[in-house]
Ligand binder design. Sequence first.
Ligand SMILES: Nc1ncnc2c1ncn2[C@@H]1O[C@H](COP(=O)(O)OP(=O)(O)OP(=O)(O)O)[C@@H](O)[C@H]1O
Ligand SMILES: [Mg+2]
Length: 275
Amino acid sequence: MTGNCLVRFSGVSYTYPGAAAPAIADIDLEIASGEWMAVLGCNGSGKSTLAKHLNALLVPAQGDCFVDELNTRSEDGKRSARRAVSMVFQNPENQIIAAVVEEDVAFGPENLGLPPEEIRERVRWALDVSGLGEMARKPVYALSGGQKQRLAVAGAIAQKPPCLVLDEATTMLDPRGRQDLMEVLSTLHSDGMTLVSITHRLEEILRCDRCIVLSKGRISWSGTPRELFLLGEELDRWGLEIPGMVKVWRELVKKGLLKAEIPPRMGEMVEALCR
Ligand SMILES: Nc1ncnc2c1ncn2[C@@H]1O[C@H](COP(=O)(O)OP(=O)(O)OP(=O)(O)O)[C@@H](O)[C@H]1O
Ligand SMILES: [Mg+2]
């Protein structure tokens, strides 16, 4: 279910100090409240730079970025963007604050000034859904890389922010961990949270409402995952590799054997192949 515009980019460009070319350029983009959007593109295409504008870690060099209708150039706008948008980055080390797992997850809800009972409930819930339920009292240094990434996700979702941005936050997770996270994200999405997934793994965009592809800092394509999967050589050009199961689905659709919407079900594909 999507609603009002939560984030609006109007002609946004950003050039890092000393860089010859802008990292993102002329970005016009709206993200509706409750929408699940994926941002795709090869290394260096500007995905993280775009993401950092969502919670005012970066402010546009040209153009404007509005979160909840407030311009992130203003102090009010920055505050509002930081409250509304939680980020999880690829490297969990930079995001962990406390020495003990449950204390780290409690940090965000405590900052929101929630009552202790509610904080305890959220910490328990976030640790459980992130697969860290058993590790609540462990010291953070004793976690593996993937467990630290789970902890970063738990810390972000415990705040139940209006918008959650995951910038390649699944890179260290094992397949089971990735699948579990997708389930959690689906639930949060059904509950109305706005999600922005930045990823190279196209199997992670199956449930998204919309995806955009960045190329050299510009939005070069925008559409549904289904439309994206039906594209041809553009995918190679953007460095995107579609999942094996989707490749089979695509061939079956091309041959008119299957009209199913993605995500395709294995059973339907087997049936179509048998026909
Ligand atoms: N702190 C920085 N200082 C200078 N240039 C930067 C900085 N961060 C990124 N860039 C440059 O900005 C461009 C976009 O980088 P960005 O990190 O946004 O890309 P990305 O799409 O997130 O890449 P990746 O898939 O590798 O994470 C690149 O050309 C990069 O070299
Ligand atoms: Mg990046």
